[in-house]
Design a protein. Structure first.
Length: 590
């Protein structure tokens, strides 16, 4: 017994010591990270910026300091960080070029990839060089890397070049197996979002619009690669049709996709050649993380606020460990816009929107605050990968709208979708219901039965009024008649380049063009930008990580892959706003 207590005591003491040491190391890491983020990095002479295209590309970065402490290499790349880093590298005389390390990059859209590509093209105007290497180039990373002066490929690697496709997911039959059906009231022939739950294949109208924007995106990809690599668009399509992805790597040199086949240990010599140094010399490099703290130009002149609004549009912040942390929360955004309106230092506001929409109610509230803000200072919208349905709703009132050529926008239409759980409850689970009511519709919305014909008529009228309101908001903002809006509405999704033709947007370009337009409208000669809202600080990250939310969400996303969004939607469907202004829940463009 004495030995038992002795060993138990030793174990307890060991655990206490281990916990204290782990806490001390973690605290030192946190202090070190905070200190590094608050101090400007000094770039060495003759440096190279390394752009590692691996992980998930989202509108803004969300790397957790807990991941950095734990050494996690799977993180999120923020488009905002990439664009800022490339711009800093362009103006920094100590940085001589950019080395693109192509990896497995999962981008939120081809519009985001195009934004990076355009930034790199602008970088080359400074006379500096870009070199790219990949063991494997995904089609998206190759599209970005094709701007490089020299593209290198591993002799055993490959370049994925196959075209793009959209494969919508349909859950109707799966739900029926559990006795669940969706009751639908919608406006818009092209409003295809509910099809995921109410159909088993694409409608003719949906197939028409998806065909149009998929082909439009591919044409833009081919055009960009063709101009950079001097390969005709016709040849690029022939290569895609013959699926050269699995060809011998020598063919990629032959077809001019890459310039040279080299192993990883030979890259150093290739970069040193461009730096005019000996092959074995050490290379001074700065990473994307380093570039975040590289000193940028002094902020002079007046302030233009860049407000990031991305994700699903929701009424309130969703709860639960698996909830999506990147939502456009109606109440929060309205409060933020009011603060920007009252901030006399802010002379103009650029709304950076990347959203497929969501709650029609929240969209209307944000629209109202944009209208109020616009009366006091100019508001310009910069559209990212998507600004459609509710995303277009909140954009429509701006003074000026800038979209990428491949932005998915428009989709002016709404729907109401209501789950009928009666089959699950009464037939599958054997639950019985009885009823006493005072009025004709006292039991409206009960889970014991589906809506009747009269109730569906009421819901249809409600949705019709919501569509009429949406259409009138667009007509007011775009200076059109409701009849003109109706001709391009009906839930139709448009590419940015087509939206320009039908006057849903004013200009094609990225965030830089939107900022320049905001400065022009505010009559500013000298200006700088500030980003809103502020990113999550390390303490909030710590609390979220301790609660398990970030870890579980990340692991679930990695495990489910493309099925993560449908899973999340089914999980949170009870908390979703009943009336939705949004494009399909899962675009699934590959």
């Amino acid at each position: 017994m004495k030995d038992f207590f002795k060993y138990m005591s030793a174990t307890v003491v060991g655990l206490i010591v281990f916990t204290l040491l782990t806490g001390a190391i973690g605290a030192m890491c946190i202090v070190g990270m905070i200190a590094s983020e608050s101090s400007a990095k000094d770039v060495s002479d003759n440096s190279v910026m390394v752009l590692n295209l691996s992980g998930m590309l989202n509108e803004r970065s969300e790397n957790s300091f807990m991941d950095e402490i734990g050494g996690s290499t799977v993180g999120t790349i923020g488009l905002d960080d990439v664009l800022s880093a490339v711009d800093k590298a362009k103006s920094n005389d100590k940085i001589k070029g950019i080395y693109i390390e192509a990896g497995m990059l999962a981008a939120d859209s081809y519009a985001s990839l195009a934004a990076i590509r355009n930034a790199l093209l602008d970088f080359k105007k400074s006379g500096k060089w870009i070199i790219a290497y990949g063991d494997v180039y995904t089609q998206g990373t190759y599209y970005v890397a094709s701007v490089a002066d020299k593209i290198l490929l591993n002799p055993s690697g490959r370049v994925d070049w196959h075209g793009i496709a959209s494969q919508p997911i349909f859950l109707k039959d799966l739900m029926e197996k559990f006795g669940v059906k969706m009751q639908l009231a919608k406006v818009g022939t092209y409003k295809s979002a509910p099809e995921m739950f109410t159909a088993d294949k694409m409608s003719d109208a949906n197939r028409e619009q998806v065909t149009a924007y998929v082909n439009g995106i591919w044409q833009n990809i081919c055009k960009g690669v063709s101009e950079s690599r001097k390969i005709s668009v016709k040849e690029l399509n022939e290569y895609a049709d013959s699926f050269i992805t699995l060809n011998d790597t020598k063919d990629f040199v032959k077809y001019k996709f890459v310039d040279k086949l080299v192993y990883t240990d030979q890259i150093k010599a290739e970069i040193n050649k461009l730096l005019k140094k000996d092959a074995d010399d050490n290379i001074n490099s700065v990473s994307l993380a380093d570039m975040r703290v590289v000193k940028s130009k002094d902020k002079k002149g007046d302030e233009i606020a860049v407000y990031y609004a991305y994700g699903n549009i929701v009424d309130n912040a969703a709860g639960g460990m698996l909830s999506d942390e990147h939502n456009i929360v109606g109440k929060t955004v309205c409060e933020d816009l009011e603060k920007l309106m009252d901030d006399d230092d802010v002379k103009a506001v650029v709304l950076r929107i990347n959203s497929g929409g969501g709650s029609a109610y929240a969209s209307e509230q944000i629209w109202h605050y944009v209208e109020t803000l616009k009366k006091k200072k100019p508001v310009v919208v910069s559209m990212g990968g998507m600004a459609a349905s509710g995303g277009y709703y909140i954009s429509s009132g701006a003074n000026w709208i800038v979209a990428e050529p491949t932005t998915l926008t428009g989709s002016i239409g709404i729907f109401g979708m209501f789950p009928d759980m009666s089959g699950l409850l009464t037939q599958k689970l054997g639950v019985k219901f009885d009823e006493v009511k005072t009025n004709r519709h006292s039991a409206f919305g009960t889970p014991s039965r589906p809506f009747n014909e009269e109730e569906m008529r009421y819901l249809g009228n409600h949705v019709d009024r919501g569509y009429a309101l949406f259409r009138s908001r667009v007509a007011q903002g775009r200076k059109m008649t409701t009849e003109q809006v109706e001709q391009i509405a009906q839930g139709r999704v448009w590419l940015g380049q087509d939206a320009l033709r039908i006057k849903l947007v004013d200009e094609l370009g990225g965030l830089d063009k939107a900022v320049a337009k905001a400065a022009q409208l505010a009559k500013l000669k000298e200006y700088h930008t500030s980003d809103y809202p502020g990113k999550t600080d390390w303490m909030d990250q710590l609390l979220n990580s301790v609660s398990g939310g970030t870890y579980i969400k990340t692991q679930t996303r990695l495990a489910l892959g493309e099925y993560y969004e449908p899973f999340m939607l089914l999980k949170d469907i009870g908390s979703q706003s009943a009336i939705q202004a949004r494009i399909p829940f899962v675009m699934n463009i590959k």
